[in-house]
Design a protein. Sequence first.
Lengths: 210, 210, 210
Amino acid sequence: MLTAIQNLGGWITLTAIAVFAITGVLAGLRKGADIFSLLVFGMVTALGGGTIRDMILNVPVFWVDELVFVWVAAGASLLAFFVYRMFSQVYQVLLYLDAIGVALFTIQAIDKVLNLGHPPLIAVIMGVITGIGGGLIRDILTDRPTLLMRRDLYATPILLGSIVYIALLHFVPDFVFSWLAAMIFIFGLRASAIYWDLTMPGWLTTKSEK
Amino acid sequence: MLTAIQNLGGWITLTAIAVFAITGVLAGLRKGADIFSLLVFGMVTALGGGTIRDMILNVPVFWVDELVFVWVAAGASLLAFFVYRMFSQVYQVLLYLDAIGVALFTIQAIDKVLNLGHPPLIAVIMGVITGIGGGLIRDILTDRPTLLMRRDLYATPILLGSIVYIALLHFVPDFVFSWLAAMIFIFGLRASAIYWDLTMPGWLTTKSEK
Amino acid sequence: MLTAIQNLGGWITLTAIAVFAITGVLAGLRKGADIFSLLVFGMVTALGGGTIRDMILNVPVFWVDELVFVWVAAGASLLAFFVYRMFSQVYQVLLYLDAIGVALFTIQAIDKVLNLGHPPLIAVIMGVITGIGGGLIRDILTDRPTLLMRRDLYATPILLGSIVYIALLHFVPDFVFSWLAAMIFIFGLRASAIYWDLTMPGWLTTKSEK
């Protein structure tokens, strides 16, 4: 079952990378950009968060020796460009796929960091960096307000889910259960935010000063 | 006396991290953001400069094995959110605290880089990166013109102070004196800039083209 | 001949660094900035791309042990500030010098990465990062739309030239020929884009949504 999940994890990771790449291309498309720039946006969105994580941890950057990640990110970006009318029709679907990708990226990052022997706090931070880093770089390069400045609940499910996952690993001696529960928690919270347009409660938010 | 200063230095560093975190939160507050984004802004402002420095130097990133820095940055950020009305009233005080923090970060970075055996030029560059790196990332993530585009004298005291400190270390065989003199130099110049609203002389500045 | 090219390469690299630094200063000049900020823009533009490349590859950052790169970047930046009226008159010339610099940076990065034993795909990616990374950071710090959002053909010659160079190295057993041919290819394509104001064909571009 563990191996099955890890195998499944491999496929979901590749799916997540593809989906992230597509969201990067879509961000650029809306602003108007040429195919090369869109390729960069797609690849940076898909690979950027994990790159920052690995540079901070001083371990080899994950895609430098695993070219499949690069090919999938590049292929999905080019595909997205050529069929983008289709993708913008299914943008809502993409948001949900992105939520699965975020959940998986975050949890795999936490596993990686814990296995390197770092404490839970570092694992949570790296989970968040991996989950949102690529999207932040995408927003900066495409000259948009970063996702941290937007209203919808995007990063919070990642942070809470990271804490939930580590707590589960600690208190429940069942890796598979913890893994599935945290996945469902992150995806469920993010999907709810998309579906019902949830935002932070007012007392946890500030208004822009005019 | 040296140990006393180093102990004192430890406390001032933690104070500096807290103050930097608070300035990050305030930057986000003014634009309107939720608590999680503000937490990221606070932590990035407090820890970002040193992170870039350590990644470029290819040494372990300072907070990965020293969790106290992370906790202080996170705690100060959350505190700043919940009592921000107080903080915005004392914003002027914060500017001066920030000036102390910048002076300390810069000088400690120079000590670190010189102790790693790098030449003075690299030490100056890393002093500047440590002093302004966190603020630059904060400005980028909160979608503001970066501090390098603003008028007030912020980065120049850091650069000049770095050079003064290294010259003192070279010519005055007294670490404590050099350390105190450089601290006073950087803080004094920055505090003067805040108090009298100093900017660069005109011949060292260009005007924006319309 | 190989040594001659490598010696020549050393000089051209320094020229390229100087030219990149000058373009960074010019970008800041137009927005209005003080001399210190301009120094940062110049140095970041000249050294930023290679810095990101080396951090991702987990090798020592190239300028940390080769101070000549730092001095040239700093000197060219200061020079550019003091004689900027001259430079803005020769801005067109600078664009062509920049094209030489980009070609050289890209090809030297590919050589470096291949010599480290990485596969061609990684070499191409690092060639592109080295060629455009500095310019991207410059655009972000000076609060302009990044070069990836602009219309003119800047990054595409770099990508195509990287692929051409690696293909030549593979199929033509003559390093000098491959090197010169790739240089001419990248420079020629970029120079044509400057001279005739070339952009991507429409079917490889998207328009901004209003």
